[in-house]
Design a protein around this ligand. Structure first.
Ligand SMILES: *Cc1c(COP(=O)(O)O)cnc(C)c1O
Length: 654
């Protein structure tokens, strides 16, 4: 009888013979989601090609070392600013090429919606890289408008104002017109229009008006609510007709310059993009024919990002089209409908946020421990029969030893019943704690054996089907999911997780990842595995005294600006990396932005930190007075309390 031993470092040694860096690239699907920006080098380290394939290469472990030398601490957000630039360039040039090839009559004027990532360095980089193309910005609130008014100074680039607007918002936009900027106020609800016209009369400036239409075409997936008749924003078709009437009554048709729609973020299917553009282009053509001189056709955001790298619409974190297809379908269809309707071809505007920023940032973190169900050491110990062991332990051992491919279900049920029996005996006081532990460990041994037998088999006994996920190791990573990847928690959005080193070595542990918040939702249990998705991820066995680093990739869109302070884990340390050909490691860190200190996050929930320190000092002084503490010790403890306050909110090591 052959008993499959539970996977342990010893048995695993047979597997790596076949493992190579290529296997790692395939297993973690780095080529699939990496979009040419990521790969694995011959050392088995993750590397970044910030300018795309063929360009300079940065070893992520060199960045890790640099962060360590600066005593910054993990987790740490790393922004590859050149990746951001490459994305801006790529979307603009792809539109430029399609427009030239099709002989399209308008230009492309993209805008970056800053809600996706309002970090000043991100916005500055996007504007700088986009300057040759007159790339603009989009704002959705007063706060964002204050930013874009100051930042977008190019008189040819446009600024789009979305979102509900009050009088201050409208006045701010008109201030921008006074500065000679192309600021378009998009009317999201009809009542905004008369207010805008009144204020522009009062301020004596000509507004640029955009009209947002609710299309019937719906996005699919997580963000479909942005479109359809009951969407939050935009005008229904009858309201659109009303808007035309209002503009004509006031003799202000000439101010209507832009038609806007947005059917949702992360559009996974190209069909939806085409449907929306077709419907939008018809609306544009009809408005043109009603006498509105609209010359910007703004198709909103929604360009997807293939987080999974499977090139399929089957996952909401993937997509079934490329940037090239997206762009050529848009330009082609707008052109076709304009020809058909005999109206001029408008400038095309898109508001891609996710697709511009997702790739440029990642979160690097250390794994500081693991929770194993039935560790190899415990199992080895429990496997030795003892002369005086109770029957229930011996019987459990016999069940475990009898496991074979033919009796899997039976053995599992017998073992589960035996475990229950042992528990009952324990409750009655007739089984000791150590014996109960032996029974449980033997049960885990059976589970590991079953998982090994099930591996690669299609037909599995029902009860044992997801046993593998249940007994997977939990790797404890130094980060907060709620701060660094809130969309994984909120929408099950997938982010690639990849070890930063040891990729030439076979990853032999099946794992899930847990964060350091006290929330049981703070974990990752959905991973990208090859071109599919799985509940566990294979990672390397942890080695004593050796740090193990993993990266959470593609977090540049939405994540770090939406993260919350669950358990008072605050903003994460951050470094901005630039390519430098002169440097032996091809990069330099231009900027270091320390994350929140404990003091910062305490202040954000209204604690006065000097007051807290005073209270603890009072309590310590009292103990000194009582003679329980030596004065010197009291001072040391007080210093320590205050130094933790000044420190980072995450784990700094033992
Ligand atoms: C959120 C949003 C965007 C950005 O969408 P992405 O999918 O990130 O490109 C663009 N326009 C509007 C109106 C939005 O609400």
């Amino acid at each position: 009888m052959t008993f499959p031993e539970p996977k342990s470092d010893a048995t695993v040694a047979t597997k790596p013979a076949k493992w190579s860096i290529d296997h790692a690239a395939q297993y973690y699907n780095v080529t699939g989601w990496g979009a040419g920006f990521f790969s694995i080098n011959e050392k088995g380290h993750m590397v970044v090609h910030p300018m795309g394939p063929g360009g300079p290469t940065i070893d992520v472990m060199d960045v890790v070392e640099d962060i360590q030398e600066r005593r910054l601490g993990f987790p740490c957000v790393v922004r590859f600013q050149d990746v951001l630039r490459a994305r801006v360039k790529s979307i603009n040039e792809t539109f430029g090429r399609a427009i030239a090839e099709l002989g399209y009559g308008g230009r492309y004027y993209g805008v970056f919606p800053i809600k996706v990532n309002q970090m000043r360095e991100v916005v500055e980089e996007v504007l700088d890289a986009g300057a040759p193309y007159h790339y603009g910005l989009e704002a959705g609130s007063k706060g964002e408008l204050l930013i874009v008014l100051a930042m977008n100074t190019d008189p040819e680039a446009i600024t789009v104002c979305n979102g509900y607007k009050d009088e201050e918002f409208l006045r701010l936009a008109l201030l921008g017109r006074k500065l000679g900027r192309k600021i378009v106020v998009v009317i999201e609800k009809l009542s905004e229009l008369p207010h805008l016209l009144r204020l522009s009369d009062e301020m004596q400036v000509e507004p640029m008006i955009g009209l947002r239409v609710k299309l019937t075409t719906k996005g699919t997936g997580k963000w479909e609510g942005s479109s359809g008749d009951f969407a939050k924003f935009g005008l229904t078709v009858p309201e659109l007709i009303d808007a035309v009437r209002i503009l004509k009554e006031k003799g202000r048709e000439s101010c209507a310059r832009l038609l806007h729609f947005h059917v949702g973020s992360q559009l996974t299917e190209i069909r939806v993009v085409k449907d929306a553009v077709n419907e939008g282009a018809r609306v544009y053509a009809k408005l043109r024919k009603m006498g509105l001189p609209i010359d910007y056709f703004d198709m909103g955001g929604g360009l997807g990002v293939d987080y999974v790298g499977s090139h399929s619409a089957g996952f909401s974190s993937s997509m079934n089209y490329t940037l090239e297809e997206y762009v050529s379908d848009v330009v082609y269809n707008v052109q076709r409908i304009c020809k058909d309707e005999e109206v001029p071809e408008p400038n095309i505007v898109s508001e891609s946020g996710r697709a511009i920023t997702a790739h440029h940032a990642c979160v690097l973190m250390n794994v500081f421990g693991s929770i194993e169900i039935g560790s190899p050491e415990e199992i080895a110990l429990a496997s030795q029969p003892r002369p005086d062991e109770p029957d229930v332990v011996r019987e459990m051992r016999e069940i475990v030893d009898s496991l074979s491919p033919r009796n899997k279900a039976e053995a599992y049920h017998d073992a589960a019943a035996k475990k229950e029996e042992a528990l009952q005996m324990f409750k009655l006081g007739i089984l000791g704690l150590e014996e109960r532990a032996l029974v449980e460990t033997l049960f885990w041994k059976l589970c590991h054996g079953l998982v090994a037998l099930n591996r690669g088999k299609k037909r599995l006994p029902r009860d044992t089907r997801d046993l593998g996920d249940k007994i997977a190791d939990q790797y404890m990573a130094n980060f907060s999911l709620f701060q660094s990847a809130p969309d994984h928690w909120a929408f099950d959005q997938l982010f690639p997780v990849v070890p930063l080193h040891r990729l030439g070595e076979a990853p032999t542990r099946d794992c899930t990842i847990v964060d350091i918040t006290c929330d049981s939702d703070g974990k990752i249990e959905q991973f990208i595995e090859g071109e599919g998705v799985d509940e566990t991820l294979s990672l390397h066995p942890l080695r004593n005294g050796e740090p193990y680093f993993i990266g959470l990739f593609m977090t540049g869109a939405y994540q770090d600006v939406m993260g919350d302070m669950h358990n008072l884990f605050g903003r994460v340390n951050e470094v901005h990396v630039f390519v430098d050909d002169e440097d032996p490691e091809d990069f330099y860190i231009e900027e270091v932005i320390p994350g929140d200190t404990v003091k910062d996050v305490l202040a954000s929930v209204q604690y006065d930190t000097p007051d807290l320190a005073r209270r603890v000092k009072g309590a310590l002084d009292q103990r000194v007075k009582e003679g329980v503490l030596r004065p010197k010790e009291g001072v040391q403890l007080q210093d320590f309390y205050e130094s933790v306050m000044r420190g980072y909110t995450y784990l700094s090591g033992l």
